[in-house]
Design a protein around this ligand. Structure first.
Ligand code: PRP
Length: 213
């Protein structure tokens, strides 16, 4: 049996659509009720429903063989798991943003406060250019940071840009592109090779076909 860590939230729909294209029955995870461990009709696959930021943890510990996680989550946690494919969906970017009047003030302040859900990425980004910052870790609604004076800027996900616009903020600079990645437990990749390899190949083909359209 292959156990799949299914992230609840914005990657869920496209992940299940992809699995269904592979012939994996997702009727249980599509209407799970309060259940967290589910199976497909054949009993070949089980699903665990997890928070997106916990996908790498379940895969790293091997309680899930595979999972789908955003590149942002993988970069932040940097866990030793195999990132085998860029799935091409869930495309967005990580960016530095703030109030327009702060744009030119970037990099000049001695105590630059950055609010983010991604403290490690922020540390690496600013550290790479030798800038010392104070990181304020938030767990959501990061855009509030500059609005209430908690931080000078944010480092956050920008997808449509509508959350920034609605709050009078704008992108100052891009940090990196983000998309959904297929991740596999390192041990499972060896011990369940016969099942997992063909799965990766089929997902790779489907992803290529989709990108060519
Ligand atoms: C993310 C991100 C931004 C928003 C960006 O938050 O942190 O707030 O989406 O999307 P947009 O550019 O399309 O507006 P999420 O919806 O995951 O909720 P959160 O604020 O609770 O983290």
């Amino acid at each position: 049996m292959i156990t799949i860590a299914l992230a609840k939230g914005r990657l869920a729909e496209e992940t299940m659509t992809l699995l269904e294209k592979l012939g994996i029955d997702c009727s249980e995870p599509r209407s799970p009720g309060r259940k967290l461990v589910l199976t497909d009709k054949t009993g070949e696959y089980s699903f665990i429903l997890v928070k997106p930021s916990d996908v790498p943890t379940y895969v790293y510990h091997g309680v899930a063989d595979i999972g789908v996680a955003g590149k942002d989550t993988l970069m932040e946690q940097n866990k030793p798991i195999c990132e085998v494919l860029d799935l091409g969906f869930g495309r967005c970017k990580l960016a530095i943003a703030g109030k327009p009047e702060m744009r030119d003030k970037q990099n000049t302040s001695g105590s630059w406060r950055v609010a983010t859900k991604y403290p490690q990425i922020a540390r690496r980004f600013y550290g790479g250019r030798g800038q010392t910052i104070e990181i304020i870790k938030l767990n959501g609604s990061v855009e509030l940071g500059p609005l209430v004076g908690l931080s000078h800027v944010i480092l956050d996900i920008v997808e449509s840009g509508s959350t920034l616009r609605a709050n009078g903020l704008e992108v100052f600079e891009d940090v990196c592109e983000v998309s959904a990645r297929l991740v596999v437990n390192e041990v499972s990749l060896k011990t369940k090779q016969a099942e997992i390899r063909p799965l990766i190949d089929r997902i790779s083909e489907l992803t290529k076909e989709r990108e060519e359209k």
